[in-house]
Design a protein around this ligand. Structure first.
Ligand code: ARG
Length: 458
């Protein structure tokens, strides 16, 4: 009957079997076992210190919980659907093992503040782990940047050749993105790292608890300041899911470039065999599965953010069972982001750069046309007039099926009498790149300095 339930007192009929399954969260929240036990130990110690429960009970509770932890980690713990969630599975097992003392553990606490605590403890560790994966990826990018300080490539806008850049500069653009992702997660961590325990079901508790003591034991620098908010707030999870979405968006853009660069049309890079698969019909195929999947998984991480925002959007204060739906999207995004970062760090480290192909492409598509316009500005022309003159030169080349780098001085002078012999040195790809010697520019010197700065932790 309902007497096996920890909340069974006011019930006379058993729970419908399917309802039991439908309402349970143990299938997925068992992942929180470590945090749940850690939180319970801190809570029990506080209850003992405050004289709310006997100290002998605290000792029994702590050793009982430690045993349960060992059992779970040894795979010897039988999780039960009828005990609904991780909190009641552990508490019921504790009471079964140690009797009366176990039944005192939940004094001055509710599952509502307990679950908020567990998620915060869990997410806190995961965020720290994710930032270490970001560091690994940044390190791979820095290695590629260092190895490619002389690798020229075409930079694109509208996917059309725009201006030559260094491949190192391109890699460092991603370093900037992932550094921001790390910063966002570190900022999110500040709001995750607040102790909600003590809020009780919603209004606080009648017992003289010491929340600061619990916070100290669990390493929380702050405690929540409103009990209603403490149990109904999932902003910290939403923030994480938003940060995860932006991070995946970055990985997805990178994936798209890797896929494009490995096509036979581009041939800018080759991903190592370990990160690709073949086709069951076309013998020549080497498919960039890893970046394709990361691009695809970005969709589910966005979906998790949308799911969670939608779960929360019309919930009245305080806790509502809807909020049990917070865990699967959160866990899924954590797993997806970690996996994607880890595989990317390795893939980028092993990526082979085909610098000759890149350099060749860098000189195509009139990529140094802006340099000629700038040259004319330095010779006294207004930029708009310079732009017009070079535009005409490009149209002339298109017509003649030639390149601006192949024009003779006489041909150049058809477009401006300010053009002299020094034009030839200014419109090479290498000159174009090195001329962009301003902070944030693609000149070798600048990119080198950026790499050193990031390596030094700035
Ligand atoms: N399993 C629940 C959850 O994940 C724990 C909190 C349940 N609270 C309650 N009042 N039913 O949200």
């Amino acid at each position: 009957m309902s007497k096996d339930k920890l909340w069974g007192g006011r019930f006379t009929q058993p729970t419908d079997k399917f309802v039991e399954e439908f309402t349970a969260s143990i299938q997925f929240d068992k992942r929180l076992y470590h945090q749940d036990i850690r939180g319970s130990i801190a809570h029990a110690r506080m209850l003992g210190k405050q004289g709310i429960i006997p100290l002998e009970d605290v000792e029994q509770i702590v050793s009982g919980l430690r045993k349960i932890l060992e059992q779970i980690e040894a795979g010897e713990f039988d999780f039960s659907i009828s005990l609904e969630d991780i909190h009641m599975n552990i508490e019921a097992r504790l009471s079964a093992a140690i009797g009366e003392a176990g039944k005192r553990l939940h004094t001055g606490r509710s599952r509502n503040d307990q679950v908020a605590l567990d998620i915060r403890l869990y997410l806190r560790d995961e965020i720290v782990e994710i930032t270490t994966y970001i560091d690994l990826l940044i390190d791979s990018l820095l290695n590629q940047a260092e190895a490619n300080l002389d690798t020229l490539m075409p930079g694109f806008t509208h996917m059309q050749t725009a201006q030559p850049i260094l491949f190192a500069h391109h890699m460092m653009a991603y370093v900037e993105m992932f550094k921001r992702d790390k910063g966002r997660l570190e900022d999110c961590l500040k709001r995750v790292n607040v102790l909600p325990l003590g809020a009780g079901a919603l209004a606080g508790t009648t017992f003289p608890i010491d929340r600061e003591y619990v916070a100290e034991q669990l390493g929380f620098p702050a405690i929540t300041r409103n009990s209603l908010d403490a149990v109904s707030d999932r902003d910290f999870a939403l923030e994480f899911l938003s940060d995860a979405s932006i991070l995946m968006m970055h990985l997805s853009r990178f994936s798209e470039e890797l896929i494009l660069w490995s096509t036979s049309a581009f041939q800018f890079i080759e991903l190592s065999d370990g990160f690709c698969t073949g086709s069951s019909i076309m013998p020549q195929k080497k498919n960039p599965d890893v970046p394709e999947l990361v691009r695809g998984k970005t969709g589910r991480v966005y979906g998790n953010l949308m799911a969670m925002l939608t779960v929360m959007k019309s919930l009245p204060l305080a806790y509502n069972k809807d909020m049990q739906e917070d865990k699967e999207p959160l866990f899924d995004s954590i797993d997806t982001v970690k996996g994607s970062l880890k595989i990317f760090a390795d893939m980028i480290r092993e990526m082979r750069v085909k610098s000759e192909n890149m350099a060749k492409a860098a000189g195509q598509g009139f990529s140094t046309a802006t340099d000629v316009a700038d040259y004319l500005v330095r010779k006294g022309l207004a930029f708009r007039d310079a732009h017009e003159a070079v535009g005409k030169a490009v149209a002339y080349c298109v017509e003649k099926q030639t390149d601006i780098t192949d024009l003779t001085l006489a041909e150049w002078q058809l477009f401006s009498d300010k053009i002299d012999n020094d034009i030839f040195a200014c419109c090479t790809v290498a000159a174009s790149v090195n001329a962009r010697n301003i902070p944030g520019g693609t000149a070798r010197e600048r990119v080198c300095a950026e790499i050193l700065k990031v390596r030094a932790g700035n």
